[in-house]
Ligand binder design. Structure first.
Ligand code: ZN
Ligand code: ZN
Length: 838
């Protein structure tokens, strides 16, 4: 298979999109051929004083060379056809022409890096209707060239720039629909887009057929595959072939339990006999007994949630597969190696035996000579029909990668085999082969993605030395994403194994939330604290006092955006650790304490009843010392708001939710600014929550206790808007103390008295009262008059409104009411403010 993006229709062939006819060929010529010629060093002049520039003749020769090698005329259509070989020879010729001085090389490759950076920005800015194939071909070429630059960077001792992901948006709807019709689960596609950055890997996946075996993905969502979830009640044992008449083989649970009750040993199976009289003897493990442990997807037919039994035909087939691995280290006299299979070796019924078996799983997979992975999706395709990288892409996009238990099984193993239709393949060997092929450009692009997946699997127990300082929790989080488990309470157990925690302590807690709490506790104890930035996670938390900062699960994540997963990774890597206390997680962050503005302390109700309340978009807060204004946006709302249709937005607004205002209305709230990884100082990620009274009035408070509310973004308001806000706020105070407002409140109080405390009746009365309606109109008129007055005398206000670009002078009076009803001020706290987040 050739690298993607080197063979495309030349855009001159025309595009159906209106208005793109001239843009596409221009962009293609400029970016695709432009990039190529930059890499062929037509712009070598200027890198060194006195270096002769490429002269006219040489320049023409280079351009001719490019066109000759890439453009193919077919009737009146043109194709771009650039083979990997030609591309390689282009780059070869560049290297020959390039002066050997390091300084010039450094300048040259930095220039190329700059060209790639511009290409990346250009591609991101292309209009929506732009020809997808042309866009992707440019991105694919840039990706291949980027790897060349990165290699060159390394050779001349510069840090490579891996920052750009060319694959973003490569899978358009057409490609995704095609993949679905080839058996891909929609959630597998989401995972692919989230985890694979390279066009070459996404292309390999796009071309991959997954229609075997037939699996029903109709009930799957974008983020979770439901095919593999085991429903204990509806479970039925399967034969190898539907017509098989064999009887199930059941192992003796008592015998299992008696071995499991001893320290550091577990049962393994010694199979004898042929299909219909297959026997399994239970043997006590010793470090000397070689055995193969099976790692499988239960839904594929080797699981049984109800008893320790399987049909003999299934097991007979299994023994053959294991024997076929055929390495010397597992052979013994019967030629069927000893096997460990959870379905037969872990007691199916709850009890001490099962608990002990779970505690020993780590030992089992560590001691196994080999771990053999059985996934029907892999076993339907022959390894010999696929290139090594295809085998790897198939493995990493398999159902096995989507289950939680299989992660630790693979992670613990010393030697991991994947069963294909024709043979079992050791993954370490596959990775090695691809690594050796990395001198070819396209493999280099794919290798990054594949090695990320591989390290996500192996780094827990077999870390590679160059990744030694990667944060363990971050790796755990990344490896858990998109995995699922049938029994939620199993998640803490798997985390416990992967993080090397005391499993017994976790198992002794029976309920899921309690177990997660235990896991966080053990991790904090082991690490000496917990990464502070966990408080900025948007995912659901444990709802127990003192623990409301802690994620409920790592499997569930806010599916709003892929970027979120990368920011999570950064957050876990935080070096500053918080302390787990009874009051919540003790952290230190700069921030604000926010109150209702003191001018409103006149006890007059702030809201003027009967005024329509606008849906919550953000919150405005003024810094009481500097006079600067800040906007607070709810992060989840902001990302949802971007994707909502008009209809969805309307139905959200009808719910009448005001989460930010509700927190601010308590008149004592805290804003914790995430000061780390903050590239734009005007914008901060923050946590916004209510401040709680000190738990005990006697003990001196070390810090503020804040009830975790919403994750928000805080941004400094621009100077023009500040002037507008200051003016409107002054007007709002005038409105609030005006006779009209006084009269308005009197009407409301009379209505309230007449309805005698019934909120429903009062609400209806407010909505229907003509008198109140007239009063609202009068106050609105007054607000308009006020703005007109200001506009007539204050030129700065008029200019500021125009320059704000956010509101028209005719409608700016509507904002006054916002300040009548909601007027908040914030006081900046110390840089190292101590908070207890709960
Ligand atoms: Zn699915
Ligand atoms: Zn059978």
């Amino acid at each position: 298979m050739e690298a993607y993006g080197l063979h495309i229709h030349h855009a001159e062939a025309g595009s159906s999109q209106h208005g793109m006819e001239t843009l596409e060929p221009f962009i293609q010529t400029w970016l695709y051929f432009g990039l190529l010629s930059e890499f062929l060093c037509v712009n070598l002049s200027g890198f060194k004083e006195g270096t002769p520039s490429v002269n006219e003749k040489e320049f023409r020769a280079i351009v001719d060379l490019i066109y000759e090698a890439t453009l193919i005329q077919d009737g009146n259509r043109k194709y771009v056809n650039l083979s990997s070989d030609s591309l390689n020879s282009f780059l070869q010729s560049t290297r020959q022409r390039l002066p050997k001085e390091t300084e010039i090389m450094r300048k040259f490759y930095q220039h190329l890096n700059h060209c790639l950076s511009c290409t990346s920005s250009m591609l991101a800015a292309l209009p929506a209707g732009f020809n997808h194939a042309v866009k992707c071909s440019i991105a694919a070429l840039a990706e291949l060239l980027m790897n060349t630059v990165n290699t060159a960077f390394r050779l001349i001792g510069l840090k490579p720039d891996f920052g750009r992901f060319w694959g973003k948006g490569f899978l358009d709807n057409e490609a995704k629909n095609l993949m679905k019709s080839h058996g891909w689960c929609i959630s597998d596609i989401t995972r692919l887009e989230a985890k694979y950055k390279s066009i070459q890997s996404l292309y390999a996946a796009r071309m991959m057929d997954k229609s075997l075996p037939r699996r029903n993905h109709d009930n799957c969502t974008k983020f979770s595959c439901n095919f593999f979830q085991i429903n204990k009640g509806a479970f039925r044992l399967q034969h190898q072939e539907d017509t098989c008449p064999c009887n199930p083989l059941e192992v003796d649970c008592e015998a299992l339990a008696s071995i499991l009750s001893k320290d550091d040993v577990f049962p393994v199976l010694n199979f004898t006999g042929d299909l219909y009289n297959l026997k399994a003897d239970i043997v006590e493990s010793t470090p000397e007994i070689p055995f193969v442990a099976i790692s499988h997807v239960w839904a594929d037919g080797l699981g049984n949630p109800n008893s320790n039994s399987l049909f003999r035909c299934k097991l007979h087939h299994l023994t053959k597969l294991v024997a076929a691995i055929g390495t010397q280290d597992i052979l013994h006299k019967q030629n069927i190696p000893y096997i460990w299979l959870d379905t037969l070796c872990c007691p199916a019924q709850d009890g001490d035996g099962k608990q002990q078996a779970i505690e020993k799983i780590r030992l089992v997979y560590q001691q196994a000579k080999h771990v053999l992975v059985l996934d029907a999706g892999l076993m339907s395709y022959s390894a010999s029909d696929q290139e090594e990288f295809e085998q790897l892409v198939r493995i990493f996009t398999s159902g096995w990668m989507r289950r939680l238990w299989t992660l630790q099984e693979g992670a613990l193993s010393k030697s991991l085999y994947f069963q294909f239709a024709d043979r079992a393949v050791p993954i370490a060997e596959l990775m090695n082969t691809i690594f050796k092929k990395c001198n070819q450009m396209r493999y280099k692009a794919i290798f990054m993605d594949l090695s990320n997946e591989y390290h996500g699997l192996t780094s827990f127990f077999h870390p590679s030395p160059d990744l030694a300082d990667t944060n363990e929790i971050a790796t755990l989080d990344r490896s858990l994403q998109f995995r699922n488990v049938s029994v939620p309470a199993d998640e803490p157990l798997c985390i416990g194994t992967l993080m090397d925690l005391n499993l017994n302590e976790i198992l002794n807690v029976k309920e899921k939330n309690g177990r997660m709490q235990k896991v966080w506790q053990l991790i904090a104890a082991k690490k000496g604290g917990f990464p502070m930035q966990v408080i900025f996670f948007q995912e659901p938390r444990i709802d127990v006092p003192g623990w409301r900062w802690a994620p409920k699960s790592l499997l569930a994540w806010d599916g709003g955006s892929h970027e979120l997963m990368n920011t999570r990774f950064l957050k876990w890597s935080e070096k500053n650790l918080g302390k787990v206390t009874d009051q919540g997680l003790r952290v230190q962050y700069p921030g604000y304490r926010i109150k209702v503005a003191p001018e409103t302390g006149d006890r007059k109700p702030q809201l003027l009843p009967g005024f329509p309340r606008r849906p919550e978009f953000n919150l405005c807060v003024q810094d009481i010392n500097t006079g600067e204004w800040y906007h607070i946006y709810d992060k989840s709302y902001a990302s949802l708001n971007q994707t909502w249709t008009e209809e969805e937005r309307k139905s959200h607004n009808e719910l009448g939710l005001f989460p930010l205002h509700d927190i601010a209305e308590t008149s004592d709230s805290g804003l914790l600014l995430n000061s780390l990884n903050n590239k734009i100082p005007r914008v901060h990620e923050a946590l916004f929550g209510t401040i709680l009274a000190p738990q005990s009035p006697d003990s001196p408070e070390e810090g503020l206790t804040v009830r975790r509310g919403r994750v928000v973004v805080v941004s400094l308001v621009r100077p023009q808007v500040t002037y507008v806000y200051n003016t409107l706020r002054r007007l709002a105070l005038d409105v609030r103390t005006s006779d009209l407002a006084e009269k308005h409140r009197a009407i409301y109080e009379r209505l309230a008295r007449e309805r005698d405390g019934s909120p429903d009746l009062l609400e209806a009365a407010i909505a229907n009262s003509e008198e109140l309606g007239t009063s609202v109109k009068q106050i609105e008129k007054e607000m308009q008059r006020m703005v007109e007055m200001v506009a007539a005398t204050d030129d700065q206000f008029v200019t500021a409104v125009e320059e704000s670009g956010e509101v028209h002078l005719n409608s700016v009076w509507l904002w006054i009411y916002e300040f009548v009803a909601h007027d908040y001020v914030g006081e900046k706290l110390a840089e190292e403010q101590v908070w207890f987040v709960d």
